[in-house]
Design a protein around this ligand. Structure first.
Ligand code: HEC
Length: 612
């Protein structure tokens, strides 16, 4: 009888996570008419200033939002007039970090010079109210869910109590998504809790329940600024789901919906600031579903060069760069630069094959507190061969007001808030590709993994990801080589042991695989894949009793896995235990009536038992 493997003991792709998904941005721009008041003519609140404030400030400066006071009436604004003139002149408000550039961002929140001058003149002239008839209506804001009632609302199981004092906190809330079938999400609204204490938040999609392992008790969440999610099979992140004060939920363009499968967790990574008293934070997420599946294949490409971050204390201008050549044509949809507190000048640009250079973003004065995802007003076409580069400089001197260390200390790359980071996330949509030649995102991912391996032989994740890319396109020798490199860097990594074992099984080297798979299980006993793969390795050496035992252990971890049931049935049949075998094959078909291994082997079993 045949022993049919489930298609592929799958490798894992490690996405060096950090923040992300989404696309923020301020309230939809309403038309701003700047009254061309002549020099000498007096500037009034009602006619000249109110339109600017309503458009650019009131979104956040109103009750229930992040800003410390309201800017909705003449009295509100007059009270803070001088301060408003200062913060607009320095461009501290409204918060918008990028310099103006040729490639426009959607919903740019930046005052024009003329507006700043007008505010300054108004204050100089004594902050006059003016004619009530000139006052435009106050902006209307939607209370509650901005896009109306979501199709599904998820609320954190347990609130997190933010300690009254201390430095910023980072807390991750896990939201299991109770759906029974795949859904397509066209918008996500994040309601992070009291906006005065939640500085920003972003969602990561966890398809493997990998984050739950970090919780001390189910539903409690866990701390940490940057998190890392391992995802099985090639399923790269695709969307930037990001919230900061003033964010209006973004509805994805037709065809760009986010896929959400049964069993997925959403992990909300929040940046919290203590208030002086304990604050209870219990965020919710609203999901809006689309009736049709996505047709496009967006992907988040993450450039980084954290290994180069080793910034001496006092260093004012520490430069880190990276240059990556695109292997396919893409449309760049959004960009999200990320550094911690020492980041200063943040730049990214594209150099086209003809030599033309386009600034993708330039932030001359980085501020982690106002980090954001920037979406382009129009997709930016970047043809194959374009070099995407970043140049980040870091200021580790005591002249950097955001430097958390006084006096400064040496700082290296890492995930803690006391470490530094240089990441650039790019939401890209491959275009002009030929599906017959494979998934274009795969080409992007493989090129990136190769780039990272070349840049840094000591990059575990790059070796690992390159291995899984090679394995996906059946280059098993290449995959084994890369997994071995990864393993030499982290011999105690359960994921890498499992992947190497799985690749060796696929290569027909079951005996060698056994060692790594046993090691993976020793490192993580509840590792479903490792038990499953070990079962195959043992079966490959005709140890069907051992295989049956491992399938049983795998089923102890995931009782409803049709593949494990089916293969357990097959292993038992090999041992001549036909009755039990039949029961397991039938159970597999109860779970999944189309389970191919069960279908095929149940037929074979019937024939076999009929003959005897
Ligand atoms: C995206 C949300 C947002 C927008 C838009 C915004 N503010 Fe603010 N503003 C804040 C927050 C939050 C604070 C609290 C201080 C901080 O976190 O930096 C603040 C603080 C301020 C302060 C106090 C600064 C200080 O040093 O204490 C002033 C003045 C101010 N804003 C004016 C404005 C004006 C004027 C505009 C429009 C031109 C504006 N803000 C637009 C969020 C916003």
């Amino acid at each position: 009888m045949t022993f049919v493997k489930r298609s592929g003991t799958q490798p894992l792709l490690i996405v060096a996570a950090a923040c992300v998904i989404g696309v923020l941005v301020a309230e939809p721009a309403s038309l701003r008419v700047l009254h061309d008041s002549k020099p000498g003519e007096s500037v009034t609140f009602n006619r000249d200033i109110a339109p600017i404030i309503f458009h650019s400030c009131s979104t956040c400066h109103r009750p229930g939002e992040a800003a410390p006071f309201s800017l909705l009436t003449y009295t509100d604004v007059k009270q803070h007039a001088r301060q408003i003139a200062d913060v607009t002149r320095s461009r501290a408000m409204p918060p918008w970090l990028p310099e103006p550039q040729e490639l426009k961002f959607a919903d740019e929140l930046r005052l024009r010079d003329a507006e700043i001058d007008l505010i300054a003149r108004w204050v100089e002239q004594g902050a006059v109210e003016g004619n009530p008839q000139d006052l435009p209506p106050q902006p209307k804001f939607v209370e509650g869910w901005r896009l109306g009632k979501p199709d599904l609302i998820l609320t954190a199981t347990k609130p997190f109590t933010l300690p009254p004092q201390g430095t910023d906190s980072y807390w991750n809330f896990i939201f299991p998504v109770p759906i029974q079938e795949t859904k397509w999400v066209k918008a996500v609204e994040i309601r992070p809790g009291d906006k005065r204490y939640v500085h920003h938040a972003n969602i990561l999609v966890d398809r493997e329940e990998a984050s739950r392992r970090q919780e001390k008790e189910p539903g409690a969440g866990f701390g940490g600024m940057e998190i890392r999610i391992e995802s099985q099979v090639f399923d790269p992140d695709s969307h930037l789901l990001f919230w900061k004060p003033g964010t209006v939920p973004y509805v994805e363009p037709e065809g760009m919906e986010l896929r959400l499968d049964k069993g997925t967790d959403l992990v909300l990574n929040t940046h919290l600031q203590p208030s002086g008293k304990p604050e209870v934070i219990q965020p919710s997420i609203g999901l809006y579903f689309s009736s049709h599946p996505a047709t496009k294949l967006p992907m988040l490409l993450q450039l980084e060069n954290d290994v180069k971050l080793d910034i001496p204390a006092g260093e004012k201008n520490f430069l880190v760069t990276d240059d990556f050549v695109l292997p396919v044509d893409v449309d760049l949809m959004a960009i999200y630069p990320h550094a911690h507190y020492l980041g200063k000048d943040i730049q990214a640009f594209a150099t086209l094959t003809g030599g033309k250079k386009e600034t993708l973003i330039h932030i001359p004065q980085w501020n982690l507190n106002w980090q954001a995802v920037y979406r382009y007003a129009e997709p930016v076409r970047l043809p194959k061969g374009t070099t995407v580069s970043f140049r980040y400089t870091y200021d580790n001197s005591d002249q950097n007001p955001l430097n958390p260390n006084r006096p400064p200390v040496r700082v290296r790359g890492g995930n803690r808030s006391s470490d530094e980071m240089c990441h650039l996330w790019l939401q890209m949509l491959p275009v002009n590709f030929d599906v017959a030649k494979g998934d274009p995102r795969m080409a992007l991912q493989e090129a990136l993994a190769r780039h990272n391996v070349e840049k840094n032989q000591g990059d575990f994740e790059a070796h690992y990801n390159l291995g899984s890319m090679l394995q996906t396109r059946d280059d098993l020798d290449g995959a084994i080589r890369e997994y071995q490199e990864a393993m030499s860097l982290r011999p105690e990594d359960a994921t890498a042991n499992n992947a190497l074992g799985a690749a060796l099984v696929a290569r027909g080297n079951a005996a060698r695989a056994t060692e790594f798979l046993r090691k993976a299980i020793q490192l993580r006993n509840d590792y479903f894949d490792a038990h499953y793969n070990l079962a195959f390795a043992l079966a490959g050496q005709d140890d069907f009793a051992g295989a049956a035992k491992e399938f049983q252990l795998a089923l102890g971890i995931r009782p409803d896995d049709a593949g494990a049931e089916a293969n357990l049935g097959v292993a038992l049949a090999q041992l001549g235990r036909f009755k039990e075998a039949k029961a397991h094959l039938q159970r597999a078909l109860e779970i999944d009536p189309e389970q191919p291994v069960a279908k095929e082997n149940l037929e074979a079993l019937k024939r076999e038992t009929a003959e005897h």
